[in-house]
Design a protein around this ligand. Structure first.
Ligand code: GUN
Ligand code: FE
Length: 421
């Protein structure tokens, strides 16, 4: 039995828009699962050594529910083109390098550690189309202590000479890859890149594979207007974009769809009715000039919304950056909507990066009893304050300031996976 006890100022996003604070509180986890949260340590725990973080803040670690690992080398570059031109000019050439396993190993090792240092412990991630590099990525994430899903990307049309598979290759390699996945914490997810990258035959096979192996699904939906027009031309049989996935059994309660910037009322209703997860990628939507997704409205309509950095369309790996970007984008959206829709608050956006994804991982919001202990520790003692600040104010400042090296420790499933000396 492994017991973990943390002490500090604990912040838990138990409800949307509201944080619960345990000032100078304790969290106890046994074999990775939270068994206690509160201000007085239970007597039976008093003999166990405590990871005491004093006046620091302890909060849930972050979930990045949409990002592209093979775009890590181009992070912060090539932001001068809209989506489809950006894919052809920068993205496909970068991803093609992952046919080289040594390059993949070196890149993904660094990438996994940078995620952890930024407090991200849960991911749903795209790899490239390369089966071997995908297994390397999964291994590096697993070794770094992350949990979640990684997908070998499928693309059998409209790629580049260096980045495309035949339909048969794509199917065979996917099945082989699924059978080769043997990781405890990093699991496979079926990943058609997006409709323009996949023929109907491939989509059909992917739907069957997802069903046969009980796998979740991730893709892109209604990100950009040119993309929408292209999908319409490719699929005259479908009235709307979402139907190009639904037709093949790829649109259900275990599906994550990134962006949904241009999903109209009808498409949003379909997302809701099918229980599909919307992954909002505010930084990327702005960088690639895709648009401002109506996130507040989606939440009000009852859609399931989580956040993604979408690197390298997004320019920051840190989910704190992406939370701040989400709030700003929601304010831009409020302006576009002529002040008729509301913006997201700090605690609402934090919830979307922590507690909302818990449901995808079959857990309850916040540091709920029974959840696995995923936490980060922030030391903000170097920041100047004019008056004594409340824990809530310090929490807000941490989200917005993202001061360098503030993350002191990160826990995943109760294990300390990062400790800044
Ligand atoms: N649509 C298809 N592929 C991609 C990608 O790599 N990034 C983004 N943002 N959108 C996509
Ligand atoms: Fe993406």
């Amino acid at each position: 039995m492994k017991e973990t006890i943390l002490h500090g100022n604990i912040i838990s996003a138990d409800e949307y828009g509201k944080i619960t604070i345990y000032e100078s509180g304790y969290i106890v986890a046994i074999d990775g699962h939270i068994t206690f949260i509160g201000k007085v340590l239970p007597r039976e725990c008093q003999a166990v050594s405590v990871d005491d973080y004093g006046d620091a803040l302890i909060m849930q670690s972050l979930a990045d529910m949409h990002l592209h690992a093979p775009q890590y080398p181009m992070l912060g570059m090539g932001m001068d083109l809209p989506l489809l031109e950006w894919l052809n000019t920068y993205t496909f050439p970068t991803e093609s390098h992952f046919k080289d396993n040594d390059f993949a190993r070196k890149t993904y090792h660094q990438f996994a550690h940078e995620l952890v240092e930024n407090g991200t412990t849960k991911v749903c991630m795209f790899s490239s189309l390369h089966r071997e590099a995908t297994l390397i990525l999964m291994e590096e994430l697993e070794k770094a202590g992350l949990v979640g899903y990684v997908g070998k990307v499928n693309m059998d049309r409209n790629g580049s000479p260096d980045l495309q598979e035949t339909t048969q290759e794509s199917i065979t390699e996917t099945i082989k890859w699924v059978k080769e996945c043997h990781f405890e914490h990093i699991k496979p997810i079926i990943t058609p890149r997006f409709t323009p990258s996949c023929t109907d035959e491939l989509m059909q096979a992917l739907g069957q594979i997802a069903q046969e192996y009980h796998l979740p699904i991730q893709s892109h939906l209604s990100e950009n207007l040119s993309e929408l027009a292209w999908v319409k031309a490719l699929h005259p049989d479908c009235e709307q974009y979402w139907q190009t996935y639904q037709k093949y059994g790829l649109f259900n309660s275990r599906t994550l769809m990134a962006h949904c910037v241009w999903s109209d009322e009808k498409e949003r209703q379909a997302l809701k009715d099918s229980g599909v997860w919307v992954v909002h990628c505010a930084s990327s939507n702005e960088n690639l000039i895709s648009g401002y997704a109506p996130v507040h409205k989606m939440r009000e309509e009852g859609l399931k919304v989580v956040l993604g950095s979408d690197i390298a369309g997004g320019d920051h790996l840190s989910m704190f950056d992406n939370i701040a970007a989400t709030i700003r984008a929601s304010k831009a959206r409020r302006i576009i909507d002529r002040w008729k829709t509301d913006f997201l608050t700090v605690s609402e956006a934090f919830y979307l990066a922590t507690s909302a994804p818990n449901e995808f991982f079959n857990e309850k919001p916040g540091f709920a009893l029974g959840n696995k202990l995923h936490a980060l520790v922030i030391d903000d003692s170097e920041l100047i304050a004019a008056t004594k600040m409340t824990i809530e104010e310090r929490f807000e400042r941490c989200v917005y300031r993202r001061q360098k090296n503030a993350i002191k420790a990160v826990y995943s499933e109760g294990n300390l996976i990062f400790n800044r000396k």
